[in-house]
Design a protein around this ligand. Structure first.
Ligand code: AKG
Length: 266
């Protein structure tokens, strides 16, 4: 029986939407994204990681307001929701398991976080756009179903050790063009890639208009006060580089309202 994706998301903390990017288009998107990640990664491969990705690569832009994605965003956040972060990733051969965490703004190791025990409200939606196959062997993201209903997340030095294997954990599996949609509270981790193939994806996060994205913006007063003055920085908290006006202007008109807040003059 077909389950409503919203019911699955509310119950498990994640849901997979199949074939969001058409099969005949996804190969070109993957090749383009992978080339940009390899060129600009801030981490050494096998973990390719490029924040503020849209300023460098717009291959995924036509899909960012896909009706099935926006139906979820709209149900959770209502009008004027927007993209909070956009990150290109490669999890390459040999990548090791990561630590189990919730995402911004629930990650308690970040300075810009909602302190646990946090309220039962979803403040950020994480979407993992699978551009290559995601399998158990090549590092399909580890997730702990139902963990979004806890009001805290694993943290070093607590009884919830981020290096633990948690009961019920499973992995995201899918085909190129599928999108895994997560509640940012859902505990998850990088999984080892024990194959010789790259796992390529783009993480796109959506938030309601009233969540303060200032701490993510390099050079902002929010980032200075909330993160840097307290000893944090790019090594602790996510950042999103701004989008040059000239790139914004070439985006599809109905995608522009999702990213207008990131735009700066060239
Ligand atoms: O790449 C993955 O599978 C997980 C990425 C992740 O945990 C994150 O970006 O917070």
């Amino acid at each position: 029986m077909h389950e409503d994706p919203m019911d699955v998301l509310r119950r498990d903390g994640y849901v997979i939407l199949r074939s969001v990017i058409p099969v005949d288009k996804v190969g070109a998107v993957r090749r383009s994204v992978a080339a940009t990640v390899r060129k600009y990664t801030s981490l050494p491969l096998p973990q390719g990681y490029v924040t503020g990705f849209l300023r460098l690569n717009q291959a995924i832009a036509p899909y960012l307001n896909h009706p099935r994605i926006m139906a979820v965003v709209d149900e959770l956040f209502g009008d004027n929701a927007r993209i909070s972060m956009l990150t290109g990733t490669i999890n390459g051969p040999g990548l090791q398991r990561g630590t189990v965490h919730a995402d911004w703004p629930y990650n308690q190791d970040q300075f810009s976080c909602v302190r646990a025990p946090y309220p039962d409200v979803i403040l950020n939606l994480v979407t993992m756009w699978m551009l290559s196959r995601f399998t158990r062997a090549n590092g399909g993201t580890i997730v702990i179903p139902g963990s979004h209903l806890r009001n805290r997340a694993p943290r070093k030095g607590t009884d919830l050790d981020p290096n633990s294997v948690f009961e019920g954990e499973t992995q995201i599996e899918g085909n190129p063009g599928d999108v895994a949609v997560f509640d940012a509270r859902t505990w998850h981790s990088i999984a080892p890639n024990v194959t010789n193939e790259e796992r390529v994806g783009v993480l796109v996060r959506y938030a309601p208009w009233w969540v303060n994205l200032g701490p993510l913006r390099p050079g902002s007063r929010d980032r200075k006060q909330i993160i840097e003055d307290r000893g944090g920085g790019d090594h602790t908290d996510p950042k999103v580089q701004p989008l040059p006006e000239s790139v914004y202007q070439v985006l599809p008109a109905d995608v522009q309202p999702l990213v207008y807040h990131m735009v700066v003059p060239d």
